[in-house]
Design a binder for this molecule. Structure first.
Ligand code: DO4
Ligand code: MG
Length: 288
C-alpha cells in the first residue's frame, strides 16, 4: 500500500492512498488524535487503519489533480553513510586525509549515522533541492529511506535525496555537517510504501537520473542487495541512547555516485526511482 500527503486544488492538505492514477482520500477525523500521515503510519496496523479511513462517500481524485507533498510530519531525518561499496570507494577518493576512516567504517560494527534534516529543510516532490553557493562539487545521493515508528519498528519506505557537497566533506571530515545539513538539503517522497510482504532486496532497484537542459547527463543504477547493512541493524544503532517521540526517517546511504568530474548545476533535475515506491523528482537550485 502506498500512502501520501497531498494538497488538493483548493489547497487543503489530506492523506491519501495511491492507487494507479488515482488517490483515495482518507477521513482522519474518524479516529481521535489522527491528524497527519504519521499518525496513520505509526499506528499498530497502518494498512488496516488506512483501509478503515478510506472514505467510501468520496470519489477518488485523479492523481494529476493533486500535488504530492513531502510525506513527513514532525519527524527528524537522519542518514546512514558508507553502506555500499561504491560510497566507500568514492569517499576514499575524495578525501586523502580521511580515506582510512571511510575504509574502516564500511566494515565496522558501528555504522556512520548523522543528523540530516528537520522537516523545514526537506523538499517534497517538485520542490527545489539546493547546492550550496560555496560548493563547486555537489551531487544528489539517492537513498532508500526507512520510515520508523517511535517504538523503533519499521512503518514503511520512502525515497530520500541526501544532497551532498563532496568538496566540503572531502576537504576535512569535520566539515560533514556543513556538507550535508543546510536549507533544502534533503528531498523526500513521493509517498510511503507500507509493504504487505518483505521487500525482495536484489529486485528493488534504485535508479538516479540527472537531466540538464532537457538531456540526460547522468544515469546510474543499483539495488538493495548491494547494501552492506540490514535495516534492523541501522535502526538498532540509531535508537541507541535516543528517543524519537515523533518517529524518525532514516536515509540508508547511497550506492550510486556520479563520476568525480560531475557536479550538479543550477537548473538540473534529479530523479530517483525505487521499485515499488515511485519516482522522486526535484529541480536543483544553486545558491548565489
Ligand atoms: O561521510 C560521508 C557520508 C556518506 C553518505 O552520505 C553515504 O554513503 O550515503
Ligand atoms: Mg548519503
Amino acid at each position: 500500500m502506498r500512502l501520501a500527503k497531498v494538497a488538493l486544488v483548493d489547497g487543503e492538505c489530506r492523506v491519501g492512498l495511491l492507487e494507479d492514477d488515482q488517490v483515495k482520500l482518507l477521513d482522519l477525523s474518524q479516529v481521535d488524535n489522527c491528524v497527519c500521515l504519521s499518525d496513520v503510519l505509526h499506528s499498530p496496523d497502518p494498512i488496516g487503519l488506512a483501509k478503515f479511513l478510506a472514505d467510501p462517500n468520496t470519489e477518488p481524485v485523479p492523481l494529476k489533480e493533486v500535488t504530492l507533498l513531502a510525506p513527513i510530519c514532525h519527524q527528524e531525518v537522519w542518514a546512514a553513510g558508507v553502506t555500499y561499496k561504491r560510497s566507500q570507494v568514492a569517499r576514499m577518493e575524495e578525501s586523502e586525509s580521511a580515506a582510512s576512516h571511510y575504509d574502516l567504517v564500511y566494515t565496522a560494527d558501528r555504522p556512520e549515522i548523522f543528523f540530516k534534516a528537520d522537516p523545514t529543510r526537506v523538499s517534497g516532490p517538485g520542490e527545489p533541492v539546493r547546492v550550496r553557493s560555496d560548493s563547486n562539487w555537489s551531487v544528489p545521493e539517492p537513498e532508500l529511506t526507512l520510515v520508523v515508528k517511535p517504538d523503533g519498528t519499521l512503518a514503511g519506505f520512502t525515497i530520500g535525496n541526501d544532497m551532498s557537497a563532496r568538496d566540503i566533506e572531502g576537504e576535512n571530515p569535520l566539515y560533514l555537517p556543513q556538507a550535508k545539513f543546510y536549507k533544502q538539503c534533503c528531498g523526500l517522497g513521493p509517498c510511503v510504501l507500507v509493504p504487505e510482504e518483505e521487500l525482495d532486496l536484489p529486485a528493488t532497484k534504485i535508479i538516479l537520473t540527472i537531466e540538464r537542459d532537457g538531456s540526460q547527463v547522468f544515469q546510474g543504477e543499483t539495488d538493495l542487495g548491494e547494501m552492506a547493512r540490514s535495516f534492523d541493524d541501522l535502526i538498532d544503532w540509531l535508537f541507541r541512547e535516543q528517543d524519537f517521540p515523533n518517529g524518525v526517517m532514516l536515509l540508508t546511504g547511497t550506492g550510486i555516485v556520479p563520476p568525480d568530474d560531475f557536479t550538479l548545476e543550477d537548473g538540473d533535475t534529479a530523479s530517483i526511482e525505487i521499485t515499488g515506491i515511485g519516482t522522486l523528482t526535484n529541480p536543483v537550485v544553486k545558491g548565489t
